[in-house]
Design a binder for this molecule. Sequence first.
Ligand SMILES: [Zn+2]
Length: 404
Amino acid sequence: MQTLPRIPATVRISPFDAGGAGHGRLLVEAGERSFLVSPAAAALIAALRDSGEVEHVREVMAQAQGLPPTEAEIAQAIERLPRTLFTPDAESEPDRLFLFRWPLIGDRQIGRWAATLQGLFEVRVVTLVISVAVALVGAALVTERFGVVPGLGSVGESLAVFALLVLSALAHELGHAAACVRLGVQPGQVGAGIYAIFPVLYIDVSRAWRLPAQARALVDVGGMYFQLLVILLLVPLLAWEPTRHVAGTVIAFNAGWVLFNLNPVFKMDGYWLLADLTGTPNLQQRAFRYLGSLVTSRASRRPEGTRRERVIYVGYGLLVLGYLGIVVSSAPGWFARYLLPGVTASATAWRDVAAAWAGSGWGDVLVRALQAAGQSLLVGLPVLVFLLLVGRSVATLGRAFLAR
Ligand SMILES: [Zn+2]
């Protein structure tokens, strides 16, 4: 049996007096949440909090139910406990930009794939991958040879780009899953959803909250690490003219997605990485509340904290400003280099639609219209991401600093 998940010492259990209504139940307080549980469940919670030893838990459960439980029964009983008990400090405010979720691939299948892929986290492999990536970036900078203006060519190429982007997204989620398995935690299911306006894949890694924060950091970077692997696999295709454009477009998208993912503003992988490496749950909320109280000099609202925490809050604030600075200042150059050619290509594609409309049959018009729409999306999506990033940052900063 794997080690049992521990419940932190901060979880409190006390008798619950409800004048008869909750008779015999106990009050369990974890962070800002509280639960009423049966005496047996309270005993289990106490056992997981005080020792976590399998034997100790077995004894406690044997006393409660009369028979010593099997390992499966222990696992089941633990599974029935509220998740927050294990992670009372977990981020309490979910990202409201996540609008819809649909499950796609079950946790068993994900677990199997992740088990096969977890070897990619071996130190030797990681060292090799990072060395190759650094060498490639260096070579690209020196020779300026890998630059491909992202765009959709023929219908076949467009479909290839789309398929490879979906596979890249799946690879990213499997990266999180493989990191979980590596650390002895079962990953959850993969689903599709809408984040703000963007279709995305997501994975349920809530069980990773049972890990110590520093170990969770591996789960945080796992997705981006696997995307880096996808990029490296595609690089050789840049050398071959027929695949150059598709590979270049997919690489550009993946690289851009990783950079976006690293942003400290949204609760995406970069933010979790930061929160876990510094061991600061609710980092954003706490940091902005602290910085806001500094700026508006409302000392009464200032959260208490150790010197280390205050350094982390200020560091986080500087990082947010720095990231925004880089994004905004590099935008004009980036627009000129990648976006203008894309806009031109879009315009041409739409002109082709018009020409086909005047001449050839419906099939041709439809194909060209689809291509033109795809091309426009390729240009429009990064612009939307940029606007969303800046807009959200301004709103977040504003809420933090102007809050009453
Ligand atoms: Zn991720």
